[in-house]
Write a protein that binds this ligand. Sequence first.
Ligand SMILES: *Cc1c(COP(=O)(O)O)cnc(C)c1O
Ligand SMILES: [Zn+2]
Length: 416
Amino acid sequence: MNKAFKGYRCTVCQTFYTPQRDLMACPSCGGILEIEYDYDLLKETIDIDYFKNHPDRSMFRYLPLISVHEPVHKNMLKVGWTPLYRSINLKDQLGLKELHIKDEGLNPSGSLKDRASAIAVIKAKEGKHDVISCSSTGNAASSLAAQAARAGLKTVIFVPKRAPVGKVNQLMVYGARVIRVDGDYKDAYDLSKRAIETYGWYNRNAAINPHLVEGKKTVAYEIIEQLGFHPTDWVAVSVGDGCTLAGIYKGFYDFKKLNLIDRIPRLLAVQSEGCAPLYEAARLQKPPRPTEEDTLADSIAVGIPRNPIKALSAVIESKGQWITVTDEDILKAMRRLGETEGIFGEPAATATLAGIGKALEQGIIKPDETVTYVMTGNGLKDPKNAAKAVDEPVLLKPNFNELDKYLKDKGDIPDV
Ligand SMILES: *Cc1c(COP(=O)(O)O)cnc(C)c1O
Ligand SMILES: [Zn+2]
């Protein structure tokens, strides 16, 4: 039992609810719920010394700060404690003083979504459910399917028709029951909602399930720890539903409340120009309007974002900024990240790098500021779009003279 987990507060009507099984959205108004903690109680155990030599090298090193009760995490796949690389080459190319890259592509199913799905599996077990379901642009689904397989739970997954093949293959290999919906993410979401309500499955849908953000926030905790409790001026991440952004904010907020850091970094929230309802909402200071999902960055192609209140306020509270990038920028950034740092990101993840570059150009981020780039997903998931970012490799006869001529013509490999 986590004693510090006080309960839930509605982000719309502010009603407070004590901890209870399977509570999703606010029963009185339907608003998204936010988990609240007793920070005074947490302060008794969580201080700098808590982290020194902590043996758990996964997201569950932060267990007292997560709203779960059962210690089932002991048998789970290893999620979190991913590397934070100090950039060597890329920061110079960008003209930036200091850049750190948090490689979330190294989680078990290859994306940051593993942090949320770990919590979903624990919560489903707490609620004695046998089936978990979600709709997803891809990564939420594949992470859920992986972890549910390990936990012995069944999954029913709804994906939009154009979910990338790498992600759908993952789902099939992890043994999920996959429903491809002949429509976009909105359609997949609506069908899953109806099915979950009808059949009583555990709901892993983004935003609606208030515990998922509590998993995602652990990425911020790790960034803080890995930077020696001195976070960068900025933290950049791409945004679809807004749960990742909200989670990162919550992580910084918690550590600020616990006096472990003295300020919350400014959040750079990146959307794709082809689908930017939250960017527009922030610009117009109005609630987001449904938009087309016209971008190759499938993980952030979210026409109706499910977590607008938390996402918009995270940027306001952190004195951050919204920015959009084009698909062309995203593919260029994919190649740049690979070439300079040896990290392969999927389009939604390299959108963030494109956003950092654009924010520098526009003077939003200053060259003497420091930035953490949350690289949210592995590029192996989406080979089709990766192929668009690069040229086709040459095909030669198995003949040395032909090779020698080719390399000399190119002239860019030393020692030839
Ligand atoms: C889901 C996802 C995002 C955005 O997260 P939201 O919670 O939908 O805003 C960004 N990048 C990747 C790789 C993702 O899978
Ligand atoms: Zn409410």
